[in-house]
Design a protein around this ligand. Structure first.
Ligand code: GCV
Length: 740
């Protein structure tokens, strides 16, 4: 349309004044060239990290091109066909040339297939084959009759698919492929996204549009997004997905919806992704006409068995149920004076004949306890060993609720006879929604690398959940998805990095945050080293920056009530005390923080002695966690030499200044970034800056009413008084909330 419009304009100008027209013509052509240039380079972010544009480094391109001309796949199972399509598209895009299928092995062949093929088997070592299990892969260079080839081998079609994605990643990130010897296998079995998507397409705590699942048009209409979603997940090894919100609606278990679920499962299957459903515990009453959902009632048990049998007729590889029970108003076994184990085991029995699993959530808390921190441990730890062996207990990374910083959950390491599954959150419920640039890999790693000391030093959380500490065979890591139907899937272009990082860490929790960031940047934005470094530095610093301007020194849960938008440390009107920010920070004229030592709630007593020891003394406790565990006086001396009040202000002000630094860094690399995403991120950083300043101003003014101390010299006074911040209301706050 643009082109048509401008050529039409030229004709008019030429007719009216030929002299002006020559100069004008040039200007207009220049303009058109710019329009074309812009539209060619416009990036809406839809392709995520799977961008297969021509490699812009000429030498590298010719090296790769010399090494790759043909692909040869040995099988044609659905997974292999998916691998073939991806590899072909990827190679043709990256190398900007036609790639041919070839049955003969020639120089420049990429030979991909399972070890059932004798050619493949003869090229890889038995030792490597044993290491890779069902989903791993081998990529290596080989000489076959003097022909130089690249082999992608696996025990299964899914392994081959993962290998192809890995191989493409090597090219996308400009790695050498001259001497390849990659042997890779996942360290965790279930690598899962949990969608908090409702059947009406709202997404609880979702900030990236409405749900990608269009229940109305399923099962007939298969949106292109479903396949692209599966491709993206497979590219990072995600192999399981819970489609619906854990605050579940039983309707998902009716036949009409199960057929829709089956249609999605059919799209995901070639990509190695199993479908799970969040099951509402009271479903037998709501859609089964039973009078009870008591897990020990034979009719209830029978109902779930029949329901499971029915599901498997539509979805033969159905993964199982994810359950939130007796938490935030959801029904559960405790409604009938039964335990979580009674509830989980009933569902486990129904799924066992089909090899399905139950993922039972440990996110429970109550107002009755003196400290919400302790509830999950108190309820679940005594049940260790009482669950059937197809039950996993899904535990949030920290004891409260996905805060910007939490100590690791005390259940990790405390239930050796039960497989514990990690639950992270990608959707940034407490970390600035999809508006703030926050790279979450450092948060995930902080938890995974924490030492529980359960079996002595080195008993990290990662080793609890990968099963190696207690020899569990069923293992899992889940994350609450940050995906919606917005064009770039996640709202903030950088939020894609969190989806990516989660998948990569679930595959291999030993990879560093920096390496994952670098891979993602190279695939998503640029391969130019200084620009990669600039973006990487921003990403690696971003989480700490957010902690500084939101909840420094161990503050937590001081955000707006219910919608969780912005600061509200003053809030004390919730119907339950443990939903009030004041419950968590406990600021008074003496000081601030939650005493969780033996003189307080003694939540610290839930950790092993070594961990307890590291936290229990306010003078030696890592200051990042100080106010998590101690009520500290305003003039408590910090390691910096400042008193606590001074340090709190320092953190809030530094956090906001650091967002300015991120803005400058981003502006600096403008030439390296396509116009569309550059502008998007630039605008979002400005919103982030404003919101960071809002957090700082509101928190500093509020806490000052207790400390009664002045701001240090040089810190600008907040723009408004405390009353202004307290009166702000947000009818537009996004992310349909839960109940608190
Ligand atoms: C799905 C927090 C969130 C709720 C969420 C809950 C959970 O409380 O605010 O929206 O509900 O966690 O994890 O179950």
């Amino acid at each position: 349309m643009n082109l048509y419009f401008y050529s039409f304009t030229i004709v008019i100008i030429n007719k009216t004044n030929p002299l002006i027209a020559i100069g004008m013509k040039q200007i207009i052509f220049l303009f058109i060239a710019c329009v074309i240039h812009y539209s060619l380079h416009a990036e809406d972010g839809y392709r995520l990290w799977l961008r297969y544009d021509k490699i812009d480094d000429k030498n590298l391109l010719s090296q790769y091109s010399n090494q790759i001309s043909f692909v040869h796949f040995t099988d044609s199972t659905p997974a292999i066909l998916a691998a073939k399509e991806e590899l072909l598209n990827g190679l043709e895009g990256l190398l900007d040339k036609k790639i041919f299928f070839n049955d003969q092995i020639q120089d420049g062949t990429v030979l991909a297939g399972t070890i059932q093929n004798s050619n493949i088997r003869s090229l890889v070592s038995a030792g490597d084959i044993n290491k890779i299990g069902k989903e791993g892969f081998i990529i290596q260079t080989a000489d076959v009759n003097k022909k130089k080839i690249i082999v992608i081998a696996a025990n299964t079609g899914i392994g081959v698919l993962y290998g192809c994605f890995h191989f493409l990643r090597l090219l996308q990130t400009h790695q050498s492929i001259q001497q390849l010897s990659v042997v890779s296998a996942p360290s965790i079995q279930l690598r899962m996204l949990d969608h908090w998507d409702n059947l009406n397409r709202t997404v609880e705590r979702g900030y990236a549009g409405i749900s990608v699942w269009n229940w109305q048009t399923l099962p007939v209409y298969i949106d292109k997004r479903y396949k692209d979603y599966a491709r993206a997940n497979a590219s990072i090894g995600i192999n399981a997905v819970a489609l619906n919100n854990v605050n579940a609606n039983a309707t998902i278990l009716t036949k009409a919806y199960l057929l829709k679920v089956a249609a999605l499962a059919n799209v995901f299957r070639p990509y190695g992704i199993k479908v799970f459903l969040s099951a509402r515990f009271s479903a037998p009453m709501e859609i089964g006409n039973l009078k009870t959902a008591d897990p020990l009632d034979p009719n209830v048990q029978q109902w779930w068995k029949q329901k499971a049998d029915e599901i498997y007729t539509y979805i033969p590889d159905f993964g199982g149920f994810l359950v939130k029970a007796n938490s935030e108003g959801q029904p559960g076994p405790q409604n009938y004076n039964r335990t979580h184990a009674d509830g989980a085991n009933m569902l486990a029995d129904a799924l066992a004949p089909h090899n399905g699993v139950v993922i039972w959530r440990a996110f429970v808390y109550s107002n009755a306890n003196d400290d919400r921190f302790k509830q999950a441990y108190d309820e679940f730890q005594p049940l260790d060993g009482k669950f059937k062996n197809n039950v996993l207990l899904q535990v949030k990374n920290g004891p409260i609720d996905f805060q910007p910083r939490e100590p690791f959950h005390p259940l990790f390491g405390a239930m050796p006879a039960t497989p514990l599954m990690m639950e992270f959150q990608l959707t940034q419920e407490y970390l600035g929604f999809a508006t703030h640039l926050v790279y979450l890999a450092p948060l995930f790693k902080e938890c995974l690398d924490a030492d529980t000391y359960a079996n002595g030093k080195g008993s990290t959380v990662a080793r609890v959940i990968d099963g190696s500490l207690n020899k569990h065979v069923v293992t899992g890591m889940a994350a609450v998805a940050n995906i919606g139907n917005t064009i770039n899937w996640t709202g903030h272009p950088f939020a894609q990095a969190n989806w990516y990082a989660f998948g990569r860490l679930a595959w291999n929790h030993e990879v560093s945050s920096a390496q994952i960031a670098e891979e993602w940047i190279r695939q998503t934005f640029t391969n130019t080293k200084p620009d990669v470094d600039t973006i990487k530095n921003m990403m690696l610093a971003s989480r700490e920056i957010l902690v500084d301007y939101m909840t420094p020194i161990g503050l937590h849960h001081i955000m707006g009530y219910s919608h969780h938008y912005g600061p509200a440390p003053w809030y004390n009107k919730a119907e339950r005390a443990d939903w009030n920010p004041v419950y968590f920070h406990k600021a008074d004229s003496e000081g601030i923080g939650f005493d969780r030592t033996a003189t307080g709630s003694n939540a610290l007593g839930q950790y092993m002695p070594e961990v307890r020891k590291a936290f229990e003394d306010s003078n030696t406790c890592d200051e990042k966690y100080l106010l998590w565990f101690h009520h500290v006086s305003w003039d408590h001396k910090m390691r910096s030499g400042r008193n606590l009040w001074g340090e709190l202000c320092y953190k809030y002000y530094t956090g906001v200044d650091s967002v300015r630094w991120m803005q400058q860094a981003w502006n600096h690399i403008q030439p390296a970034i396509d116009a569309e995403r550059f502008q998007q991120v630039k605008m979002l950083l400005e919103v982030q800056y404003n919101e960071a300043a809002w957090w700082r101003n509101a928190c500093v003014l509020y806490f000052q009413t207790f400390s009664k101390m002045p701001l240090s010299k040089g810190y600008p006074q907040p723009d408004h008084d405390l009353n202004y911040y307290e009166q702000l209301v947000f009818p537009y706050a996004p992310g349909i909330g839960g109940n608190q």
